[in-house]
Design a protein around this ligand. Structure first.
Ligand code: SF4
Length: 355
């Protein structure tokens, strides 16, 4: 699964068979350093493993240095246009930077970036983006997916020619088919860790679905070592959606795996309302990998509920609760919390003692 080569960023392995890492990007401008720290803290709590931060120019050096020191999440500085910004970012102590092959081509400048990266033991991500492909690339290739690959290839060659190997590669577009084609090509050609995502995917459900569609095609084929779900909206939502995708593909177990039926005309309970009541009972520090099922009736309900750690199925008289595959209790729907809570406490106690 994933690339054969790997890199380490602040002790976390990317690629080489490591778990698929979850990333996000700060929405807070860098000159609001305390706001950045608050956002990074929320990202850390949500499970973010690498946070990119836009580093627009050298005037933000003090802010970048401050957040690189204080952040509980490894920080990757995102650099465009000017190699001097990349050198300045590395000077601030970040251990990874992203450069854009569409807009950073000066060979001497790149040599100074590589020299600074080597001195700091830093990783360089070559991140090509459909929106910043130059005419030089688009005119030379038959389609935009090939142009993205061409842009990455050119910069990989530059870095490896200068004997630099701590590389992550990435090619993103706002088109799912284009991104998928580009990443299939990159994955077949290079052993380097591959960061994947659909760029400018939009917001809300539309953005989540678009991102999930692209990520699922790639990840299900073993392509991709880290992901970012790019959403218009808050960064924590990006991380939540990313983990939901990875849980669905059974690649990561972070968070609770909630199973609930759609609630058809046979339902005995309001499934949506029951889900909300169950979620309200769950503690914020739920251990990873717990499956909870909420089913509307006794048709499919008992079997699905019995396969979960804790399952509930609606019945004519209320609900039946399953624990570890066995029917454990039943009651009227108003008694849910009274029955569910001790069952959950018991499950959590067993999980903690197994750690
Ligand atoms: S479990 Fe029951 S209520 Fe839910 S979708 Fe299936 S048949 Fe309908």
């Amino acid at each position: 699964m994933g690339s054969s080569k790997f890199v380490n960023i602040c002790g976390a392995q990317f690629g080489g068979g490591a778990p698929v890492r979850v990333e996000s990007m700060l929405k807070t401008p860098l000159d609001n350093a305390d706001g950045c720290i608050a956002e990074l803290d929320a990202l850390r709590q949500s499970g973010c493993e690498l946070a990119r931060v836009a580093f627009p120019d050298e005037r933000c050096k003090a802010d970048l240095k401050y957040i690189a020191e204080k952040s509980g999440v490894p920080v990757m500085a995102d650099i465009h246009f000017n190699h001097k910004f990349a050198v300045a970012a590395l000077d601030c102590g970040v251990t990874s930077i992203r450069i854009n092959p569409g807009n950073m081509t000066n060979r001497d400048g790149l040599a100074s970036v590589i020299s600074a990266a080597k001195a700091n033991g830093a990783v360089i991500r070559i991140g090509a983006n459909g929106g910043s492909l130059g005419s030089r690339h688009t005119a030379s290739y038959e389609d935009r997916a090939s142009a993205l690959v061409g842009a990455v290839e050119e910069q990989v060659r530059q870095l490896t020619d200068m004997n630099f190997q701590d590389i992550i590669i990435s090619a993103k577009s706002s088109s799912v088919p284009e991104t998928v084609r580009a990443n299939f090509m990159l994955s077949a050609k290079y052993p380097f860790p591959l960061h994947i995502g659909i760029t400018e995917a939009g917001g809300g459900m539309e953005g989540a679905v678009k991102s999930a569609s692209g990520l699922a095609v790639l990840l299900s084929q073993g392509i991709g070592d880290s992901v970012r779900v790019s959403l218009t909206g808050d960064s924590v939502s990006e991380v939540r959606v990313a983990y939901a995708v990875l849980r669905s593909l059974e690649l990561r177990k972070r968070g609770v795996n909630m199973i609930s039926c759609p609630g058809c005309g046979r339902r005995r309970v309001d499934v949506g309302a029951l889900c909300e009541r169950v979620k309200a009972i769950l503690p914020v520090d739920m251990p990873d990998g717990v499956t909870i099922a909420v089913m509307g009736c006794e048709v499919n309900g008992p079997r699905e509920a019995a396969a979960a750690d804790i399952g509930i199925a609606g019945t004519k008289s209320g609900f039946i609760l399953f624990k570890d595959g066995n029917s454990a209790a039943s009651g009227e729907i108003g008694e849910l919390e009274k029955v569910f809570s001790p069952c959950l406490r018991d499950l959590l106690a067993k999980r903690v003692s197994r750690r």
